[in-house]
Design a protein around this ligand. Structure first.
Ligand SMILES: *Cc1c(COP(=O)(O)O)cnc(C)c1O
Length: 354
């Protein structure tokens, strides 16, 4: 398949204040688009001006939520070059999500190369200030106009780019976590391990409840016993418990996070033992009180690492340590971001230069 590059007619003004960028609100001038038809396969790949899509009101995505997405970042290096973090892993996961949602897979090499071309064309939009990045959002939707529940015959795949300011403006800061004792995100056999919009739509109600109670994020427990930690919002959860790193295993209900994967590699190198097992709510509540649970943090592309200051479960609130960012959490944040911004070696070949 060829990649067509169309000219932009009305370029937007460049970024004024890089620290004023609101996550997910400002997009660059171009987007990557390709279309799928059951008979033709993927076709009409092009980089075109960013703009609204034309969709039939009967487009199946609007009725039955056949949709998947990804999230990854590109980073500006001190020498002006642009680095992406493990992009091939995101493309591979995009295809795993596609399979789960009965959507067509993309050619991983073509898609990654096209994405790199898009970023190259939009390189002026990759911000320069410390901690900033370009957030990349690949998406696929079912476009066939048809009211009926079955996999669609037509799809649109696109990639949009979003310059973002540093996530932590006043330095890394701990969040307050609400443990949901009623609502669940994913069940065994459900779509929890796919990055699909429906999982997020289903999570909004519990997030609203958490916010009303003054909490930042929801921690999801397993659907069966409502006892074991699965993940938090759009982050995997890791704990420093009894001196070991504990995180939920990937058994169908938890998303296989690329930041999680990277952190597990780093902690093993630092000499920590890793236990992929589900920590229980009791272990959190008791562990925070008796000191066995020293640190807890979420991992995800947007935040990189998000330290947890306190947990609330039913009527009980516990604080972790002194409520500040833990030592290991801070170390991991510094190490991972140093690799991303090129201040440290990349021994694992996680970086792809644009
Ligand atoms: C995207 C996502 C994550 C984090 O994955 P990364 O690859 O580290 O960004 C974790 N949980 C859920 C539910 C997600 O959608």
């Amino acid at each position: 398949m060829d990649l067509q590059i169309l000219p932009i007619t009305e370029p937007k003004p460049p970024i004024k204040d890089e620290n004023e960028l609101v996550f997910g609100k400002q997009f660059t001038d171009r987007m990557l688009v390709m279309e799928y038809d059951r008979d033709k396969g993927w076709h009409s790949a092009r980089i075109e001006p960013y703009g609204p899509l034309t969709l039939d009101p009967a487009a199946m995505v609007l009725h039955y939520s056949q949709e998947i997405f990804e999230g990854l970042k590109a980073f500006r290096r001190p020498d002006g070059s642009i680095a992406m973090f493990r992009p091939a892993d995101n493309v591979a996961r995009f295809n795993r999500s596609a399979e789960r949602m009965c959507m067509p897979e993309v050619d991983e090499k073509f898609f990654l190369d096209a994405m790199l071309k898009l970023i190259e064309l939009e390189s002026d939009w990759v911000p320069h200030s410390a901690g900033t990045s370009l957030y990349i959002r690949p998406t696929m939707i079912a476009t066939e106009p048809m009211l009926g529940v079955r996999p669609a015959d037509q799809y649109l795949c696109y990639v949009i780019l979003c310059p973002v300011s540093a996530y932590y403006k006043g330095g890394i800061a701990p969040v307050k976590i609400w443990i949901s004792d009623y609502y669940v995100r994913a069940t065994q056999g459900g779509t929890g391990e796919a990055k699909t919009g429906g999982n997020y739509a289903a999570s909004l109600y519990a997030a609203k409840e958490a916010a009303e109670n003054g909490y930042d994020q929801v921690l999801w427990l397993d659907a069966k016993e409502k006892r074991f930690v699965e993940e938090v919002g759009s982050m995997n959860m890791l704990f420093l418990y009894d001196g070991k790193i504990v995180t939920s295993p990937l058994k169908g209900t938890v998303l296989d996070g690329i930041t999680r994967r990277s952190v597990l590699t780093l902690v093993k190198e630092m000499g920590y033992e890793v236990e992929e097992r589900a920590l229980s709510v009791d272990e959190i509540l008791e562990g925070a009180t008796n000191g066995r649970l020293e640190e807890a943090f979420g991992t995800g592309t947007a935040v990189v690492i998000s330290p947890v200051g306190s947990f609330c479960y039913k009527d009980q609130t516990v604080q972790l340590g002194d409520g500040n960012t833990g030592k290991l959490t801070m170390e991991l944040y510094n190490k991972l971001t140093a690799i991303q911004y090129g201040q440290e070696e990349d021994p694992h070949n996680w970086i792809t230069m644009v």
